[in-house]
Ligand binder design. Structure first.
Ligand code: AHR
Length: 492
């Protein structure tokens, strides 16, 4: 029996709903084919956007969506993606497969997607190969309500009202595909770009996001904060979970050993230390204002599925990915005092996707189901939680068997999300609630073999089901199956 304590009297703050954000890049079949098929497609769509995919994403309440990259962002010239489609320039996607894109999905189409999803837009601007003028024109195009060259151009292209886009990324991975810059140089550029990202109405809000570190590059965060921290509202962090550090042989998404399963989870759990350390640097240099941490790329990265384009980063998704999602989201929830947004990479058909598509067919991944189980954490009050975990694993690859986070919604209901990382044995958890009375408890669980996946012929192999709970004087008991993610809803 493992004890799981939730203390309703203690909280680190509100869990920003944007922690449940997503990322959609012009990469492989994420945008084209996955989200956007065009109005003339036989695949059911609304204004070119796949109805099946949009409906599924609406059900998990996506709060914010980052676009157009990724590495693509620093090659993207937004003016090529507006106006009559037949007149748009093409672009060669030099980062991802060298394919030629017709720019039929641009600013208006992306804002249509955000409108259909009911989410906010997060634009990643081109610093690596663009200009300050180009970037500031994009903001004016999106956010200027009055008369101006860019606002007039937007109106000419069919959009009267400004969109009031709030989140603007000043480049992406400036240390790598975004310009191979040194942090000192990027910090200066960041200040320059940020200076010309203006608001166009007194009540307009803008969040300027500096391109942040890769993994544990603390010097990057420190230098950028020291020199440019006063010009931005948040700094990003990218961290991917690879079973093996060799980028040529990262490991298979489906065919992995027990040791690789535990290595993957151990590496995913590193997010805790990274968030802690980068947050400490932000606090050290932020002065009297708060600079938030935005983990705007995270998730698993495996070798592509055999026979698929190596540049398209298409990978399957198993219960192992569900556990990576569960522990990562628990970590973000528990660091809600600094993590103000996170964006899993990526939404459809790329890396740790929510959804895979093949022609007109669509399948929801185990990761999608974790986002569904966790969605009521959005904007809820984080509650302190603690689990008496034991180590489990294979050889040196040891991880805590249980991992948890908890929150209380405005209606008083408590959501506890807990993962059992043990791939072979169930765990009985004795949940103790402090500072709150347990009303009725309902629970759902996602579980299966570590390599269990949904595919187009078996779309329901991994899906949440009801989990039995037994009320106790202090809370309730439940048995978490091996390799499982559970969500308990405790009524007030
Ligand atoms: O998500 C795939 C790529 O990973 C992004 O384009 C880049 O920012 C990161 O290296």
């Amino acid at each position: 029996m493992s004890y799981l304590f939730v203390n309703a009297n203690r909280s680190a703050g509100t869990i920003n709903k944007n922690i449940y954000g997503q990322f959609s890049e012009h990469l492989g079949r994420c945008i084209y084919g996955g989200l956007y098929v065009g109005e003339d497609s036989p695949i059911p769509n609304k204004n070119g956007l796949r109805t099946d995919v949009v409906d599924a994403l609406k059900a998990i309440r996506v709060p914010v969506l980052r676009w157009p990259g990724g590495c693509f962002a620093d090659t993207y010239h937004w003016q090529d993606g507006i106006g009559p489609k037949e007149q748009r320039k093409t672009i060669v996607n030099t980062n991802w497969g060298g394919v030629t894109e017709d720019n039929s999905f641009g600013t208006h189409e992306f804002m249509e997607l955000c409108g259909q999803l009911g989410c906010e837009a997060y634009f990643s601007g081109n610093v690596g190969s663009g200009t300050v003028q180009e970037f500031s024109d994009w903001v004016e195009y999106c956010n200027m309500g009055g008369v101006s060259p860019m606002a007039d151009l937007r109106r000419k292209n069919g959009r009267e009202q400004p969109w009031n886009v709030k989140f603007w990324g000043v480049g992406n991975e400036a240390w790598g595909c975004g310009g191979s810059m040194r942090p000192e140089y990027y910090a200066d550029l960041c200040r320059q770009y940020a200076t010309y990202l203006r608001t166009y109405a007194p009540d307009q809000k803008m969040v300027k996001i500096a391109s942040g570190a890769n993994s544990d590059d603390y010097n990057w965060t420190k230098t950028v904060m020291e020199r440019a921290g006063g010009w931005v509202d948040a700094v990003s962090l990218h961290y991917y979970t690879l079973p093996h550090d060799d980028w040529q042989h990262k490991g298979s998404a489906l065919d992995f050993t027990r040791a690789e399963y535990y290595t993957t989870l151990r590496k995913a759990l590193r997010m805790d230390e990274l968030v802690e350390n980068h947050s400490r640097i932000l606090r050290q240099y932020q002065g009297s204002r708060t600079v938030g941490l935005i983990v705007d790329e995270w998730g698993t990265w495996y070798d592509v599925e055999p026979g698929t384009n190596p540049g398209f980063l298409y990978q399957q998704n198993t219960m192992r990915d569900a556990l990576v999602a569960a522990v990562s989201l628990n970590i973000f929830n528990n660091h809600c005092d600094t993590v103000c947004m996170a964006n899993i990479a990526q939404m459809v058909n790329v890396l740790q996707a929510m959804i895979l598509t093949e022609g007109e067919r669509m399948v929801l991944t185990p990761t999608y189901h974790v986002f569904a189980l966790y969605k009521d954490h959005q904007n809820a009050r984080q509650l302190e939680s603690y689990v008496g975990a034991a180590l489990v694993g294979e050889g040196e690859e040891q991880v805590p068997d249980l991992h948890v986070s908890a929150s209380q919604g405005a209606d008083g209901a408590i959501l506890i999300t807990a993962a059992n990382l043990d791939d072979a044995a169930p765990r009985t958890v004795h949940v103790v609630l402090e500072g709150a009375k347990a009303g009725a408890v309902t629970a759902r669980v996602l579980s299966g073999a570590a390599n269990a996946a949904n595919d187009f012929d078996h779309p329901g192999r991994v899906a949440p089901r009801a989990l039995a709970v037994t009320p106790t004087a202090e809370g309730f008991d439940a048995v978490l199956p091996a390799c499982a993610v559970a969500a308990f809803r405790v009524e007030p």
